[in-house]
Design a protein around this ligand. Structure first.
Ligand code: KG4
Ligand code: ZN
Length: 357
């Protein structure tokens, strides 16, 4: 029997954010602390796994202490502990899971090994009254996926990227233009004064059947255009940024449109109910992309929902919440972290190489 209220400590360390959060089963977020390594990685123009793992180790105790202080709780008040156990950079995942397991063992409380993608997938339910099923576009620096979310642990993947993630394309193109890391916000800012039709860029896979994505050809085309225009010092950076943002938005919109059609066929809505499209992940913060997706969703008769920005990017509240969604079914302490951990193990891989999970 699980007693309530149940207070869950969540830990996230799968990429470049060390985060700890304390969430109650009634959806109260008592603390949501995030220590970002952006400054550390900015000098390298991207996340360096070894540097990230060391940084997680250095700050994780303090971040947990800060979360407890924020929540005005002691470790003895925590009823369960959840940590991201994959997918992600294994060094960071190891730091978070070992910490969580140590707390669980010392305090004799349940331990939950959470799939980072499930954290993103269920995060909109933490702040909104959303019911299953819904269509999810998860679009971040590490993932670009379309999934039907049927319930905790129940996912049907419609599409994933065959190569780079959308955020990765933003980051790499921004780096080529000398705009710094992370690239998405820098490109969105630069694009404000640019012409999105100025530079002709491809929209890989648009108009083809299915819901998979591909961004590496777009990235290569972008580098070629940049070079032809004389490199970052002479090229029209604002036009390049606006054109890239428009190309990525078109790709996301086209694939999401296909997914909405499929979702509506597979999950016909009950009378007068509108199906729901949820967008999560760092790229969801992009206003241009959101507007385009909103137009498409409206045209297709879908409602659209985006979790608040703090829950869209990597955070530990979503990890605590994913564990609370399956309260009473914890994992054992011998759970082995998984660098790759697809939400839908039965999904057919996209054609081509380098399948991303
Ligand atoms: O979800 P997130 O914080 O971390 C993971 O990758 O899991 O996403 C970070 C990604 C980066 O690639 C960043 O460039 C992108 O989200 N991003 C954006 C914007 N803000 C963050 N991309 C486009 N426009 C933005 N405003
Ligand atoms: Zn993430």
């Amino acid at each position: 029997m699980v007693h309530r209220p149940f207070i869950m400590l969540g830990i996230e360390s799968s990429c470049d954010e060390t985060a700890a959060a304390i969430v109650v089963d009634d959806k109260t977020i008592l603390a949501n602390e995030i220590a970002s390594q952006i400054q550390t990685h900015a000098k390298h123009g991207g996340v360096v796994p070894e540097v990230a793992a060391r940084s997680h180790l250095e700050v994780i105790d303090q971040v947990i202490t800060d979360a407890l202080a924020k929540a005005k709780l002691k470790m003895g008040d925590i009823d369960g502990v959840a940590a991201t156990a994959g997918p992600g950079l294994i060094g960071g995942v190891a730091v978070g899971t070992v910490t969580a397991k140590a707390i669980a063992a010392a305090r004799e409380i349940p331990y939950y090994a959470v799939n980072h993608l499930e954290g993103h997938a269920l995060s909109p339910r933490l702040t909104g009254n959303l019911s299953f099923p819904y269509l999810l576009l998860l679009v971040s620096g590490g993932h670009t996926q379309l999934l039907a979310v049927k319930g905790p642990g129940r996912y049907q993947r419609y599409g994933t990227t065959m190569d780079d993630a959308a955020g990765e394309a933003f980051d790499k193109c921004a780096k080529a233009m000398g705009l710094g890391f992370p690239g998405g916000p820098a490109i969105e800012a630069a694009a404000k004064t640019g012409n999105s039709k100025a530079i002709d860029l491809p929209r890989p896979l648009n108009g083809t059947p299915g819901c998979h994505f591909s961004f590496s050809g777009l990235k290569t085309a972008f580098s070629n255009r940049l070079q032809k225009l004389g490199g970052p010092n002479t090229a029209p950076v604002a036009d390049l940024a606006a054109s890239l943002q428009a190309a990525i938005a078109d790709c996301l919109a086209d694939r999401t449109k296909q997914a909405m059609t499929r979702f509506r066929d597979e999950f016909p809505p009950a009378d007068r109910q509108q199906p729901l499209l949820v967008i999560a992940g760092g790229v969801a913060a992009n206003q241009y992309i959101f507007d385009q997706l909103l137009n498409n969703a409206n045209a297709a008769g879908f409602q659209i929902s985006v979790p608040p920005a703090i829950l869209c990017t990597d955070n530990a509240a979503m990890i605590a919440w994913a564990a609370l969604e399956r309260l009473g079914a914890p994992d054992t302490l011998d759970f082995v972290p998984r660098p790759r951990w697809p939400l839908d193990p039965n999904a057919s891989p996209p054609p081509g190489r380098g399948v991303r999970q």
